[in-house]
Write a protein that binds this ligand. Structure first.
Ligand SMILES: [Zn+2]
Length: 442
């Protein structure tokens, strides 16, 4: 393994102390040379290991030393993911500019021809990162920009803007523990990803009624306005679509190499979904409602297209549903026409939390000891998905009993009220019974 450290230094530190510090920092020093006269005068440091070069004005610590090792693992993962020949990929150089003081990089001529950017940017074999408020988020940004780089190198481009940014956000969301990198995670809690804030932004956007449809996301451009909102929605859409049993394979086809940066991917994908848009948007609403820390696509993602049509055709006026307290939205065999009312009754006890070897038992009304989204933890919720309008998912409290009147035709779903990541330790089911009782003429 080739490893060299070019550092340096206008600092008033003796060469002996410096050498000692570097020896600790890097274990091995191939030679400390001036990066370039002008750069050294500016205090920029340059580290090179194999294909990775880091240029920075920031202090070199253990975290930065670990970047080449982390990028080695990332590259191997990307090679497997996109069938890239690792031997070829190892020959692609990447220069990482990690920027504390932008002026220093400007003075060194390292930002010539680089457009303005807020956080990070990739241009060919160079990435540029501004310093971030947390170590996690700095690494996130590095992996995000490096994803743009590897897609540019291996696939010829990142695809349409939403896909390019969504994929970079998927790969950027990572765990780095004991020198092991896992990318593409959905974090279990906020404390493991300081300053990441993606779920917070999604929740704020949804609360402000700015949740975009999938069609709107596919048509995102590169404009700078509302950039972060578009990034997080692109990430959510990528997670949703890539994990969907029906739409995932279609996206796989539309995003196959070669890629460019045009709207071609979006247009092809949109075309492949044209006969089923309503389904795409309905599942998206259910996904967004549940998508939060600890979300597991394999157990939480609902695909209505395969199950709901049978419910519409059954014509049943009564239903029962054993609602699993550990699961997300569950479809009842009940199709409501506009104006129809349904009477709902629920019973059963189930465990909503295991804390200090104590099981918190709940009934359908929930536990008022704790609230989530302004309703008691464990309370039975109903969800209504319209088949006639693009209205958002309607969520309503049910508890032991409730009457719901449908304003349009659609399906009923149930789940208990608890953040998705905290449902995993639940056990038990509720018996939900429903009866369509009256129909209001329209
Ligand atoms: Zn990006």
């Amino acid at each position: 393994m080739k490893r060299s450290t070019d550092a340096i230094l206008t600092i008033a530190t003796s060469r002996r102390v410096l050498g000692w510090l570097l020896a600790i920092a890097f274990g091995f020093i191939a030679g400390a040379r001036l990066f370039a006269q002008s750069d050294s005068a500016l205090g920029l440091k340059r580290l090179t290991q194999d294909q990775w070069t880091i240029i920075t004005d920031m202090p070199i610590d253990r975290e930065i030393e670990s970047w080449p090792k982390m990028l080695d693992q990332a590259l191997l993962t990307w090679c497997q993911k996109w069938s890239i020949d690792p031997a070829a990929a190892r020959k692609w150089p990447l220069v990482i500019h990690w920027i504390g003081d932008r002026k220093l990089f400007e003075q060194a001529g390292l930002l010539e021809g680089v457009p303005p950017f807020e956080d990070g940017l990739q241009i060919a074999d160079k990435v540029f990162l501004r310093e971030q408020p947390s170590v996690y988020y700095r690494r996130h940004l590095l992996l995000h920009e490096a994803t743009h780089w590897v897609m540019y190198r291996a696939l010829g481009g990142g695809g349409s803007p939403w896909f390019m940014e969504g994929m970079a956000e998927i790969e950027g969301t990572h765990r780095w523990e004991e020198d092991q990198l896992t990318m593409g995670i959905i974090p279990g809690n906020a404390s493991s990803v300081p300053h990441w804030g993606r779920f917070k932004r999604l929740a704020e956007s949804t609360a402000a009624k700015r949740m975009p449809s999938i069609k709107q996301i596919l048509r995102y451009g590169n404009e700078r306005e509302n950039r972060m909102d578009r990034y997080v929605w692109s990430w959510a859409a990528c997670v949703y679509l890539r994990n969907h049993p029906v739409y995932g394979p279609l996206l796989g086809r539309a995003s196959a190499a070669p890629l460019d940066y045009s709207m071609k991917l979006s247009e092809e994908f949109e075309k492949s979904l044209s006969a089923r848009w309503d389904w795409v948007e309905r599942d998206w609403k259910l996904f967004v409602d549940d998508f939060d820390f600890g979300y597991q696509p394999e157990s939480n993602l609902v695909a209505l297209e395969g199950i709901a049509p049978g419910v519409s055709e059954s014509g049943l006026s009564e239903f029962t549903l054993d609602t699993d307290s550990a699961k997300g939205w569950q479809l009842a065999r009940c199709f409501l026409k506009a104006g129809e009312q349904v009477e709902i009754h629920a019973e059963g006890t189930y465990v909503v939390r295991l804390a200090n070897q104590e099981a918190w038992e709940s009934s359908p009304d929930g536990i008022t000891y704790e609230y989530h989204r302004r309703m008691p933890l464990g309370k039975l919720l109903g969800g209504f998905v319209s088949t006639e309008t693009s209205a958002p998912l309607e969520v309503f409290g049910v508890g032991k009993e409730a009457v719901y009147e449908a304003a349009t035709a659609g399906w009923l779903l149930f789940r208990i009220n608890e953040p998705v990541g905290q449902r995993l330790d639940n056990s038990g089911t509720l018996q939900v019974r429903g009866r369509i009782t009256s129909s209001r003429p329209r």
